[in-house]
Design a protein around this ligand. Sequence first.
Ligand SMILES: [Cu+2]
Length: 161
Amino acid sequence: MNRVLASAAALLSLAACSPGEPAPGPGAPTVAVADALCRPTPKGRRVTGCYMTLTAGAADRLVSVESPAATLVQIHESRMESNMMMMRELRDGLPLAAGETAVLAPGGNHLMLLGVEEPLVAGDTVTLKLIFETAAPVEVTATVGQPSVSEYDQAAPDSGS
Ligand SMILES: [Cu+2]
């Protein structure tokens, strides 16, 4: 018990040694985001999917996403039901295991932009702000283009919604 108190005190004094440090210090949980990509919006439609990889340093959860390019961003999962690719919103967000890379990709989990203001064409960029349960928000710039994984394209549930 005394040892626990002593180390807690040591930590506190360490923290006190760097008064200029902002609150999220080196030990603060972070999520690394890479390869952010949004599909061009289909002609005449205002929805599209975005993909990326997320690697959380500590167990966390992607709870919501915001983008100035869309009125709403949802976190979706895709699943096969009766031979149809269906997607639905993950209302509780996307759990992220510590140290593991969560892949958002066509045919799997993805972000859905709804109410896209301007048509997105290849070469555009989209700003996405990812909000996590624990880690600080991460703002990423996704490029607009076709994902290289195309095996699911024909099954894309786009026409269903
Ligand atoms: Cu979707």
